[in-house]
Design a protein around this ligand. Structure first.
Ligand SMILES: [Zn+2]
Length: 701
């Protein structure tokens, strides 16, 4: 397998790279396998062998380093930063900014001319990217400032980041990886539609996406990166950015502003609309106020601004303290975050039994409201934050109902990199107490089970908290929409054992309800009417109301479009193994597995019994077919058309046709838009008739 000469090896290496990248793209992006898995694997093994034999050949963008190779690692390698990534001291308002200038003046003299660079502080993850001879070589997270995690393959998935730059040479670029707000909203909408828990904020989502062992998942998230620091290797230590321990004399880059311009010229994404060269501290202060006002207009989350002394020689004169560079300062916006203390932690039980730790805080005023609680999401998050009871924490509101804990504030925070501070940490740790993982459900006492990052109460049928959440979901607006049935009424009904599952609602009588707290004649009658009216709702709402994992509103609609009936759906899932369901575009094995699990669960047994006893018959309001002209025909849709894919699917179904997601011999037509890929090739090779959009529309005339 090994090649005789280096040249031969190099040629074969390039050949393998091209082939594997092509197949990998087909497989991961186009969902299409051109070659058998065994062929792909054999080529990949040959490539890995070549890389081991000729390490010089290994390119940073090798298929073994990037997307979709199947050679995923189980953890990230640690990597040391040649220049430490220090954090910045914080200023909380005008006075702090002026005080910073005075400290600078005491060192360099008030008369010394200097300029300031104003930048926004993006709320993402700091990243350090090394280039060798202009090629992206390695990327690492901040970690503890000295040692970070090697996330090179993941960073490769960021489209806006140049990977090969002429003239760049050897250097380190620093920046902030973030998820644009629009992407965050998109991700959460998709999760809501799949019935998954929503992400709390763009920062955590970006962090989760970047720290994926499988870079393919990172690639799906459309992360972006804004660069703010450049360190040229020739400067041997002269970081031209956020921090420095440098003392070299031959800087190529004389100012930070110049470094930003240089990065921009090389094609790096810098925040050029916000970056500003200021001639006075007053100008910095006015920009700080200006951006505090307009920060919400940005497509990214910022948590303040940064001011840096522009001239590199002055940065060196100012130097660093044991904690921070003296020449830069983070300017925090007021009232976005507040500092408080963790008093205790409650464990909330969700609809599917997932336990969410919620911190009780010393009440603190934040953005106009008093905050007493903040979510900790899960135990991974607790470990990541390193938060314990009694800790001082920074809390933030990010448009969520319940705020987030962003970080733990330790008085010796930046000394973590400093070996002399070890004693200090120990004494601090001694005063705190850890947040323990509960072993039992706080509501029903069942022994909890670990499921991915979450803890789960397995008592699906009997756990009062889960039943309560399920009923709350059942009556919610997108499900069966029963108004007048709030959480406190549900709680009372559960307490007096009038209901055990959602279908028991339909057995409630006037005399049972009138005795409940805060219920009167009118509200009881309205509620009974609302409950009965919900029996007439469409099948997809009922399906969504069942709260099956991965079956959110959209998936429920999709399923109902094919099978609008409970008994038929059960038959399709359990007897037919979902063969018909899997033909639906957008319904995969994961959803099917979840449906199978549901139809085999105790919950379903209970619901099914009541469903027929109570005489339910949810169905879809069937649409009148427009015609039968596509009867017996199967269409596959590909490429970019003038309307959404679902528009054309509906048109085909309304005219008696079927759609499928993959081309086969039984495909009647491929409806093909612009930029069609492998499906078009496959259709051509199988002799399937290909229709352009106008031809398709003519068939309907
Ligand atoms: Zn429980």
């Amino acid at each position: 397998m090994l090649k005789e000469t280096y040249k031969e090896a190099e040629d074969r290496y390039q050949d393998l790279q091209i082939k594997l990248k092509h197949w990998s793209h087909q497989y991961y992006i186009e969902n299409n396998s051109e070659v058998a898995d065994a062929v792909y694997d054999a080529h990949l093994q040959e490539l890995i062998a070549l890389e081991l034999a000729y390490p010089d050949l290994v390119e940073a963008d090798s298929i073994t380093q990037t997307v979709g190779t199947g050679v995923y690692k189980t953890s990230f390698n640690k990597t040391a930063h040649a220049i430490p990534m220090m954090s910045l001291a914080n200023a909380f308002g005008e006075q702090d900014i002026r005080a910073w200038e005075e400290r600078i003046n005491r060192i360099i003299g008030a008369e010394t001319p200097r300029t300031y660079v104003f930048e926004l502080k993006i709320d993402g993850l700091s990243i350090s990217i090394d280039y060798k001879n202009g090629r992206l070589y390695r990327a690492a997270t901040r970690g503890d400032g000295r040692i970070g995690e090697d996330v090179t393959p993941n960073i490769f998935t960021i489209k806006s980041l140049p990977k090969d730059v002429q003239g760049l040479g050897d250097c380190t670029v620093r920046g902030e990886v973030y998820l644009p707000k629009a992407e965050f909203i998109k991700v959460n909408e998709a999760r809501a539609n799949q019935g998954l828990d929503l992400y709390a904020n763009p920062r955590n989502t970006a962090s989760g996406a970047l720290r994926q062992l499988d870079p393919k998942i990172t690639a799906e998230r459309n992360l972006d990166l804004i660069c703010y620091g450049l360190h040229l290797a020739e400067d041997t230590g002269a970081e031209v950015s956020d921090n420095s321990t440098a003392d070299s004399d031959d800087n190529k880059v004389l100012t930070h502003w110049h470094a930003l311009k240089q990065l921009e010229d090389w094609g790096f994404h810098v925040n050029k609309d916000a970056n500003h060269l200021c001639t006075s501290i007053e100008e910095v202060i006015s920009l700080y106020h200006e951006w505090q006002e307009k920060k919400d207009s940005l497509d990214l989350e910022i948590d303040g601004a940064v001011v840096k002394i522009n001239e590199t020689h002055l940065q060196k004169t100012l130097g660093v303290t044991s904690k921070f560079p003296r020449w830069a300062m983070a300017l925090k916006f007021t009232a976005e975050e507040a500092v408080t203390k963790v008093i205790s932690v409650d464990y909330e039980v969700g609809r599917t039994g997932i336990i969410t730790p919620v911190a009780n805080l010393e009440p603190v005023l934040l953005a106009g409201t008093t905050v007493k609680r903040a979510t900790l999401h899960n135990f991974d998050q607790i470990a990541r934050l390193g938060v314990g009871l009694g800790d001082k924490v920074s809390v933030r509101k990010a448009g969520e109902i319940i705020p987030d804990i962003v970080s733990v504030i330790r008085d010796d925070e930046s000394n973590l990199m400093d070996s002399t501070s070890a004693d200090c940490q120990i004494s601090e740790n001694a005063m705190r107490s850890q947040i323990h993982k509960p072993s039992k459900c706080p509501v029903c006492d069942s022994i909890l089970e670990q499921e991915d990052v979450a803890l789960r109460c397995p008592n699906i049928v009997g756990c009062a908290a889960q039943i309560q959440r399920r009923i709350e979901h059942w009556v919610s607006r997108n499900a069966l929409d029963i108004s007048g049935l709030g959480p406190s009424i549900i709680e009372q009904l559960l307490e007096v054992k009038l209901i055990f599952n959602p279908l028991d609602l339909y057995r409630l009588r006037y005399e049972q309800l009138i005795d409940l707290e805060r219920m009167a004649d009118k509200s009881v009658n309205n509620l009974l009417v609302a409950i009965q009216a919900s029996r007439e709702k469409a099948f997809h709402r009922f399906l969504h109301a069942l709260g099956i994992k991965h079956v959110g509103f959209n998936v429920a609609q999709l399923i109902a479009s094919l099978i609008p009936n409970l008994s038929e759906l059960e038959h399709e899932v359990l007897v037919n193994n979902g063969q018909e369901l899997l033909k639906l575009d957008g319904l995969g094995e994961k959803i099917l597995a979840s449906l199978i699990q549901f139809f085999q669960s105790e919950i379903y047994v209970q619901i099914k019994k009541d469903y027929y006893e109570l005489g339910f018959n949810f169905t879809e309001i069937t649409q009148r077919k427009l015609s039968d002209r596509f009867s017996g025909m199967t269409f596959v849709i590909t490429g970019t058309l003038s309307e959404s894919r679902s528009y054309f699917e509906k048109l085909i179904k309304d005219n008696g046709g079927k759609t499928s997601s993959s081309v086969s011999k039984s495909t009647s037509y491929l409806l093909c838009g612009d930029e069609a890929g492998s499906k078009l090739e496959k259709a051509n090779s199988l002799g399937v008739k290909v229709l352009a959009e106008d031809e398709f529309r003519r068939m309907l005339e």
